[in-house]
Design a protein around this ligand. Structure first.
Ligand code: ADP
Ligand code: MG
Length: 414
C-alpha cells in the first residue's frame, strides 16, 4: 500500500465548534463541497453526513449479546465524494495535516499504516470484500467532522458510515442501513484492527431524530424509542472530561475474558441469557467457585441489560425524568462492579447530582472520555457551573460541555 504523502497518524483532528453552539451539518455541506472542488478541481457528485453518538445506557453489554441504547449527536462527519474510473482512492480530511492520501483500491489490505485514512479506506476494502465490484473504480473523498475525537463519541464510526453511505448511494449498491453499519464495523475491526461492537455504527447509520435506539446485540433488531428531553423541560448534556487514561485494550480484554468465564460457569453462551430475576441465585453460585471480579462483572452486565429494558419502558411511557435514578445506578455499577470509571468521570456525576441534576453517568468504555448528565433546562447553567468548579478545585482541566440533542442518522445533504 502506498501513499503519495506521508499519512498522519499522530495528528489529532482539530474540531472547531464554538463553545455553546450546536453544529449544523447542512451548513457545513456547502463549505465541504467548495473545499472538495478546490482540492480536486471538479465539483463533488454529492455530500453526505453521518453523526457521532452517545450511549444512554447499556455499557459492555454488546459483546455479551445484550442491549444498548445509543442516540445520535448533532456532531457529524460531512463528506463530499465523487466516483473515479481508474481504481484510485484519494482521501483528504480538513481536520488533519498531511495532505491527500492516495491509494489503489485493488491494493488495499488490512492493518496497513495509513493512519486516519484507514477508516474510509477500510470501508472501501470492506465493500470490495463483500463483492461490491463497483467500488474498484475508485473515488475522491474530502471530509470534515465536528465529532470530537477520542472522547468516546465515535468519531471513527462517523467516518466509516459517511463513506459507506456515500458509496452506497453513488454506486446504487442497495445496502440497508444495518448493512451499512456492518460494513463500517468490518472496516474498523478487520482493516483498522480495533475490536468493537456494532453499536457505534448502528447509531450513526440508523438513528432517527428525537429518538434513541434500543438495540438487541444478539439479533441486531432495533426499536426506535422516543427520546426528546426538551419536550419535558429537560436537557441531556455531554460532559467531555478531555482526559483519556492509558487504558485500555488490556482492561477491555480483561473485562471481556471475565464475562466469558462467568457465562461459562453459569452454563450459558452469553451473559445475556442470565435472567435478571435469576441474578441473585447466579451470583450465589458464582461466589462459591469463581474469583471475586467475575462475580462483579456478571452483576454489572446482567443489571445493566435490565437497566436498558427499564429505560426503554420508561421512555415508551413518555417518562424521561424517571430514568435519572437508573442512570445513576448504572454509573455506580460501572464504577464499583466493572471498575472502568475514572476520578474525573466520578466527579462529573457526584458534582452534577449534588447541584440538582436528575441523573448522570459515565458513557462509553470509560477510563476517561465523556459522561452524560440529565438536567432540568433551568438548572443547566447551575449544574454546568458546579461541574466546572469541582474540576477546577480538583486541579483538573476544564471539561467541555454540550447538549446531546437526539439527532438524525446518516443522510445525504446535497
Ligand atoms: P472515537 O471513535 O471514540 O472518537 P477512535 O480512536 O475510535 O475514537 O477514533 C478516532 C480516530 O478517528 C482519530 O484518531 C482519527 O484517526 C480518526 N478521525 C476521527 N475524526 C477524524 C477527522 N475529522 N479527520 C480525520 N480523521 C479522523
Ligand atoms: Mg471509535
Amino acid at each position: 500500500m502506498s501513499t503519495d504523502t506521508a499519512a498522519t497518524d499522530a495528528t489529532e483532528p482539530a474540531v472547531d465548534v464554538p463553545e455553546g453552539e450546536t453544529p449544523d451539518p447542512a451548513a457545513a455541506a456547502t463549505r465541504v463541497a467548495a473545499d472538495f472542488t478546490r482540492l480536486y478541481g471538479r465539483a463533488p457528485e454529492g455530500v453526505w453526513a453521518a453523526p457521532g453518538r452517545v450511549n444512554l445506557i447499556g455499557e459492555y453489554t454488546d459483546f455479551n449479546e445484550g442491549f444498548v441504547m445509543p442516540l445520535a449527536l448533532p456532531h457529524a462527519a460531512v463528506a463530499a465524494v465523487s466516483r473515479r474510473t481508474d481504481g484510485v482512492l484519494r482521501l483528504h480530511s480538513a481536520d488533519v495535516d498531511g495532505g491527500v492520501v492516495q491509494l489503489r483500491v485493488d491494493e488495499l489490505s488490512p492493518l496497513g499504516d495509513v493512519g486516519w485514512a484507514g477508516y474510509p479506506a477500510g470501508v472501501v476494502w470492506a465493500l470490495r470484500e463483500a463483492g461490491h465490484e463497483a467500488v474498484r473504480l475508485g473515488a475522491d473523498v474530502h471530509l470534515s467532522s465536528t465529532v470530537p475525537t477520542g472522547a468516546g463519541l465515535s468519531s471513527s464510526a462517523a467516518l466509516e458510515v459517511v463513506t459507506a453511505l456515500a458509496l452506497n448511494d453513488l454506486h446504487a449498491l442497495g445496502l440497508t442501513r444495518p448493512e451499512i453499519a456492518r460494513i463500517g464495523q468490518r472496516a474498523e475491526n478487520d482493516f483498522v484492527g480495533v475490536p468493537s461492537g456494532i453499536m457505534d455504527q448502528t447509531a450513526s447509520a440508523c438513528a432517527v431524530e428525537g429518538h434513541a435506539i434500543h438495540l438487541d446485540c444478539r439479533d441486531l433488531s432495533l426499536v426506535q424509542v422516543p427520546f426528546d428531553p426538551a419536550a419535558e423541560g429537560l436537557r441531556l448534556l455531554v460532559v467531555d472530561t478531555q482526559v483519556k487514561h492509558a487504558l485500555g485494550d488490556g482492561a477491555y480484554a480483561e473485562r471481556r475474558a471475565g464475562c466469558e468465564e462467568g457465562a461459562r460457569r453459569l452454563g450459558v453462551t452469553h451473559l445475556r441469557d442470565v435472567p435478571f430475576d435469576g441474578l441473585a441465585d447466579a451470583l450465589d453460585r458464582l461466589s462459591a467457585e469463581a474469583e471475586e471480579h467475575v462475580v462483579r462483572y456478571v452483576r454489572h452486565i446482567v443489571s445493566d441489560d435490565h437497566r436498558v429494558v427499564r429505560i426503554a419502558e420508561l421512555l415508551g411511557a413518555g417518562d424521561i425524568r424517571s430514568i435519572g435514578p437508573v442512570l445513576i445506578e448504572g454509573h455506580h455499577s460501572l464504577r464499583d462492579d466493572l471498575r472502568v470509571s475514572s476520578p474525573e468521570l466520578d466527579l462529573v456525576v457526584s458534582a452534577s447530582v449534588a447541584a440538582g441534576a436528575v441523573g448522570a453517568r459515565m458513557t462509553g468504555g470509560g477510563f476517561g472520555g465523556s459522561a452524560i448528565v440529565l438536567v432540568d433546562a433551568d438548572a443547566e447553567d447551575a449544574v454546568t457551573k458546579a461541574v466546572a468548579e469541582a474540576f477546577a478545585e480538583a486541579g483538573y482541566g476544564a471539561p467541555r460541555v454540550f447538549p446531546a440533542l437526539p439527532s438524525a442518522g446518516a443522510r445525504r445533504l446535497g
